[in-house]
Design a protein. Sequence first.
Length: 276
Amino acid sequence: MALKIFKSYTKSTRGTVLVDRKNIWKGKPHKSLTVGRHSTGGRNNLGRITSRHKGAGHKQKYREIDFYRKKDDMKAKIERIEYDPNRSAYVALIKYEDGLMNYIIAPNKIKIGDEIISGRNKKIEVGNCMPLSDIPAGTSIHNIELSPNGGGKLARSAGSSAQISGLDENYCIIKLGSGEIRKVINTARATIGSVSNNDHQNIKIGKAGRNRWRGIRPQSRGVVMNPVDHPHGGGEGKTSGGRDPVSPWGQSAKGLKTRKNKRTNKFIISRKKKRI
């Protein structure tokens, strides 16, 4: 997909850069694969805000995606590529030989009319899904399961992929896009190729109103609040906060480790790279 750059007719179009979706399906989604989605406005069942800066936004329907790809040894044809408001990647509507329709995460460089298949000992082609033990080292993969029949969990966002580095007994060594290297059991499945819409990272919103369409409300910096509202608030005149950056509840905002799942530490060979 190409980028869509606007001429500066107005202040909002001056900095706007969007993804050109001229080859994407313009109609409605497949009705039987969609469900209604209730907007919570960031509130829990008691009506209290648990996730700030959320609310309003355009009405959306959730597309039910097949992250499992369990229908083995049956070819499926790509019917169309669609935009999905719930994720950064595009989704592909596929039709199996028996007539069943499903949505999957659309791989990069896949086209309408292409055929894909799942199962053991299949060709290493974009869109095919198979166990990690059948995929050679150096292959780019996405929608990776962490456990057999658990559904794809890793490398699902726009433009993302992982690479198989090698095998270690019953495990496959995978290098993720973040730089993390981890072991995944080799009976878990993955899909060949990278995820579509790799230009998503180059989007420039252009105006505040586009974030409101997405259901993102405005944010206020802590340094412009009162001391009762934020640890950075208060002070005479314009200040820099006077301390290391923290959240409104005093939790460090830079480098604080929040990972608590020690049970899976043994599968991580090296951590992700730190941003400079």
